[in-house]
Design a protein around this ligand. Structure first.
Ligand SMILES: [Cu+2]
Length: 271
């Protein structure tokens, strides 16, 4: 039985494993691009889903059986039983055991995600109403990332997901993400990496991922944050080490800001 469910779930979910962004008529998760997400997908497809299906089928069977077997025409004098200790113990114990079976691997995954390995690079994501700002604190690179409007989309840019300035990270490197917000609650979420953290004003949350495949991955703000909540997508481009180095040196020029203090001094001097 379990084997059949295994096969069904893997067929259903394998078919959806083709992209890094939501697909029309998609079933199941987006394609995993990190170990963390692979853990989550395996946990869901190979443990939770078979249990859920088995419970649903069992309850449905009981309902149909009771309705047919004890229908009024066949069972004119219904039983007056109100207690049965054995049954009550069983229907308390068995669900407890099922929960424990689910909880142990679930906690394992949670703790694994919670332990941040030594980071190769750190980025900071700041939620604003309604766009994301990014900082590479060690590289002195700061930029904003706005959604591209539908009329300005270029070919291959997904609607409501593409942004003007993507986050760029090297492949197979541990990326630590510091997440905060400037105004209201937001949440930085990237399904392919199995990452989702609240962005809370005045507080820094952290998470991490190690992207295993080159590509562009899309996520969305996942905390209802106001009227344009749906229009502050997250785009992360995973590139090779060389491409990352090149992007970084370009970014340092592109996003360079004149130091504020120098600017102020100039203003004072010119007066
Ligand atoms: Cu938001």
């Amino acid at each position: 039985m379990k084997k059949i469910l295994f096969t069904i779930s893997s067929i259903v979910f394998a078919s959806s494993a083709i992209a890094n962004q939501p697909k029309e008529w998609q079933l199941g998760f987006q394609n995993a691009a990190s170990e963390g997400m692979r853990d989550i997908v395996n946990f869901h497809n190979n443990l939770l889903l078979p249990i859920i299906i088995a419970i649903s089928v069992f309850v449905l069977f009981l309902m149909i059986y009771a309705s047919v077997r004890f229908r009024a025409s066949k069972n004119p004098n219904p039983s007056k039983t109100t207690h049965n200790v054995a049954v009550e113990v069983l229907w308390t114990l068995i669900p407890c055991l099922i929960l424990i079976v689910m909880a142990v691997p679930s906690f394992k995954i949670l703790y694994k995600q919670d332990t941040i390995p030594k980071a190769d690079l750190t980025i900071k994501a700041v939620g604003y109403q309604w766009y994301w700002g990014y900082e590479y604190p060690d590289e002195n690179v700061i930029f904003d990332s706005y959604m591209i409007k539908e009329e300005d989309l270029k070919e291959n840019q997904p609607r409501l997901l593409a942004v003007d300035n993507e986050v760029v990270v090297p492949v197979n490197k541990v990326v630590k993400v510091l997440i905060t917000a400037n105004d209201v609650l937001h949440a930085w979420a990237l399904p392919s990496f199995g990452v989702k953290r609240d962005a809370v004003p005045g507080r820094i949350n952290e998470t991490w991922f190690k992207a295993e495949k080159v590509g562009t991955y899309y996520g969305q703000c996942s905390e209802l944050c106001g009227i344009q909540h749906a229009f502050m997508p997250i785009a992360v481009r995973v590139v090779s080490d060389e491409e990352y180095a090149k992007w970084l040196s370009d970014a340092k020029i592109k996003f360079a800001k004149e130091p504020i203090l120098e600017n102020e001094n100039k203003k004072i001097a010119s007066k």
